[in-house]
Design a protein around this ligand. Structure first.
Ligand code: HEC
Length: 504
C-alpha cells in the first residue's frame, strides 16, 4: 500500500513540475483557454495562435508579453480589487510557456493536440427575447479610428427588466468595442458620427473576448436593469484605423424577466463619479478629482455595488476609485495604472461590495496631453476640455448598484452568473531594478522576506541567466550579457514580479 502511494505521488509530482513542456500536450491548451478568443482568423488580434506553426513563430513574443501581464489584456489592477472573470494567466501556465520557449518550442506528438476551439460569430446565450440589429455601416476609419453612435427605438408597452445583454459584433475583426446605453431623452439621430456615447444610462459594454452582461439571477436572486417603455437603445461603436470600407452590422440581444415577475431588484447604472470641469492645456499631465455625494455629503443608505466602469477618452492615463466608510475603511473599486481606451468595460466584483450608509465615494483621473502620449488626437497637443466627441475628454465612473439587502456581500457573482468559476490568483507586480540602464550589475530593490531565484530573459524570451539564493538589494552580475534589452523576473508566493531593463 505504501509503495503504491509513493508511486502515485511520484507520477503526479512529475506531471505538475513537467520541465519539458511541448506544444501538443501543454501549450496548445493554454493558448486555447486564454488567447485564441482574440487570436484567431477574423478575431480582433492582429495574428492567429491557433496551431503549432503560428504559436511557434510567435514563441518569443508570447513569453515576453505574458510574463509582464500585458497579454491577455486585463487593464484593472487585481492587486487592488478582485473581479469575476479576471483575464489572468496562472503562474504555472506562464512557467510552461517560458520552459517551452527555452527548450526550442518542441511540438510533441501532433496527435495529442487538443481539439481547437471553433469561433463562430454566434451568440453564447440562446433564445433572446428581443434583438436590435444596427444598420449596415461602412467604417470610415482610414488613419484615425471611427467612433459612431446608432440609436434604435424600442416599442414595448410597459417597462421591462433586463436580465442579460449580449452584443454580437457583425464583423468581429473591426469591432473594437461597443457600449450599450438606454436613452430616454426621446431625440437621437439614427446615426451620429464622431460620437463617444450619449448622456444616457450605460448598461453593457463589449470588447473582444468579453462575456455577455448578465445581472445576477440565480436561485432566489433576481436583479435587473429597467428598460423604460419607449426608450431608445444607443450603441456606440469603435472601429479601429485601417478598417475603412469594411462593413459591420452589429446586433444586440436582450433577455428580460417575464412581464409580471415579482421581486426583481432594480439595478441602477449611473456615472456616480464624474468631473466635467476638465481643462487640459497642451503639454500638461493634470490630475482631477471627483467625489460623491456633493457638498461633502455622505451616502444615505447601504448600497450593494455589482460593477464599476471607468471611462476616459484618449488622453486618459490613470483612473482610480474607492469609497471611505464611516469607520474610515477604504473600499477599493478599481485602479487602472495604464489606461487603454481600447480595453474598457464593466468590471464585476468577485463578490458584491457593500458600501455602508455614511460613506463617501472618491475618484481621481490623470490625463496626459503631451506628444509622449501615442493616442493624443492632436499633433501638436492642443487645449482639451470635457465633451462627447473623440477629441474631447471625459472623466466618468459608472457603477451598477442596488439598495443593500442582508447577505448581499456573500453572493458570489461568478457562481450566480453560471459562467464558470476559473479564477487565477496570480498577480503581476513590478520589480524594482537598479540601476537601469545597467553596466555590470543589477540589484533588486523589493523587500522579499526570504532568498529568491531570479531569471533574466533576452528578447527571444530565452533564459540567459538564472541565479538562486539572492537576497534583496544584493548585486547580481550581468557582466557576461551582451548589450541589449532584457526582462528580469522572480516568482514569489504564486505571484510574478518582472521588469524590463537595458544592459549597456
Ligand atoms: C481580448 C483579446 C486578446 C486576448 C485574450 C489575447 N490577446 Fe494578444 N493581442 C490582442 C490584440 C488586440 C493585440 C494587438 C496589440 C494590442 O492592441 O494591444 C494583441 C497582441 C499580441 C501580441 C503582440 C504584441 C506586440 O506588441 O508584439 C502577442 C505576442 C500576443 N498578443 C500574445 C497573446 C497571448 C500569448 C495571449 C494569451 C495568453 C493573448 N495574446 C491573449 C488581443 C488579445
Amino acid at each position: 500500500m505504501k509503495k503504491i502511494t509513493l508511486i502515485l505521488f511520484t507520477l503526479s509530482s512529475f506531471s505538475v513540475f513537467s520541465q519539458n513542456p511541448n506544444y501538443a500536450e501543454d501549450v496548445a491548451e493554454i493558448l486555447y483557454q486564454n488567447c485564441t478568443s482574440c487570436h484567431h482568423n477574423g478575431g480582433i488580434a492582429p495574428f492567429p495562435l491557433m496551431n503549432y506553426s503560428e504559436a511557434n513563430s510567435w514563441g518569443p513574443q508570447i513569453v515576453l508579453e505574458t510574463i509582464t501581464g500585458d497579454m491577455p489584456p486585463w487593464p484593472v489592477d487585481s492587486t487592488y480589487q478582485r473581479y469575476s472573470h479576471e483575464r489572468i494567466l496562472s503562474l504555472a501556465d506562464i512557467t510552461t510557456l517560458i520552459d517551452w520557449n527555452n527548450d526550442g518550442r518542441p511540438q510533441g506528438d501532433p496527435n495529442l493536440t487538443p481539439t481547437a476551439p471553433t469561433y463562430v460569430a454566434g451568440a453564447t446565450l440562446p433564445n433572446p427575447d428581443h434583438t436590435i440589429a444596427l444598420p449596415q455601416y461602412s467604417s470610415n476609419a482610414t488613419i484615425e479610428d471611427d467612433y459612431v453612435c446608432f440609436s434604435v427605438q424600442t416599442s414595448f408597452a410597459t417597462d421591462r427588466f433586463i436580465k442579460a445583454i449580449e452584443v454580437l459584433p457583425g464583423n468581429p475583426a473591426i469591432v473594437h468595442h461597443a457600449l450599450v446605453f438606454i436613452d430616454t431623452s426621446g431625440i437621437g439621430a439614427p446615426i451620429t458620427t464622431d460620437c463617444m456615447g450619449v448622456d444616457g444610462k450605460l448598461v453593457a459594454g463589449y470588447t473582444p473576448g468579453s462575456t455577455p452582461a448578465i445581472f445576477p439571477n440565480g436561485g432566489n436572486v433576481k436583479m435587473g436593469v429597467r428598460l423604460p417603455a419607449g426608450a431608445n437603445i444607443v450603441v456606440q461603436m469603435h472601429y479601429p484605423e485601417g478598417s475603412a470600407g469594411m462593413i459591420d452590422s452589429t446586433k444586440v440581444n436582450f433577455f428580460f424577466y417575464p412581464t409580471g415577475t415579482t421581486g426583481v431588484r432594480e439595478v441602477y447604472t449611473d456615472p456616480i463619479l464624474s468631473n466635467w470641469n476638465l481643462w487640459i492645456p497642451p503639454n500638461t499631465t493634470p490630475t482631477f478629482n471627483a467625489s460623491y455625494p456633493p457638498n461633502n455629503g455622505v451616502l444615505p443608505y447601504d448600497f450593494s455595488i455589482l460593477s464599476v466602469f471607468p471611462h476616459m477618452h484618449l488622453l486618459g492615463e490613470e483612473i482610480t476609485s474607492y469609497a471611505v466608510s464611516p469607520t474610515n475603511d477604504t473600499i477599493p473599486f478599481e485602479r487602472i495604472k495604464h489606461w487603454d481606451f481600447e480595453w474598457q468595460g464593466f468590471y464585476n466584483f468577485r463578490n458584491i461590495l457593500k458600501v455602508p450608509a455614511g460613506s463617501r465615494m472618491y475618484g481621481t483621473a490623470k490625463f496626459n496631453n503631451t506628444s509622449g502620449n501615442p493616442h493624443n488626437p492632436n499633433n501638436p497637443p492642443a487645449l482639451v476640455t470635457a465633451g462627447e466627441s473623440t477629441t474631447d475628454e471625459m472623466f466618468l465612473i459608472y457603477f451598477q448598484y442596488l439598495l443593500y439587502q442582508q447577505g448581499d456581500e456573500s453572493l458570489n457573482i461568478d457562481s450566480l452568473l453560471n459562467v464558470g468559476t476559473s479564477i487565477n490568483e496570480t498577480q503581476f507586480l513590478a520589480l524594482e531594478i537598479y540601476p537601469n540602464p545597467s553596466n555590470d550589475y543589477i540589484s533588486i530593490q523589493n523587500n522579499f522576506e526570504r532568498e529568491f531565484d531570479i531569471s533574466i530573459l533576452d528578447i527571444q524570451g530565452k533564459i540567459v541567466k538564472k541565479e538562486s539564493g539572492i537576497k534583496s538589494t544584493q548585486m547580481v552580475s550581468i557582466a557576461t550579457l551582451k548589450a541589449g534589452k532584457y526582462i528580469c523576473y522572480i516568482t514569489s508566493k504564486g505571484n510574478i514580479y518582472s521588469s524590463k531593463f537595458i544592459k549597456n
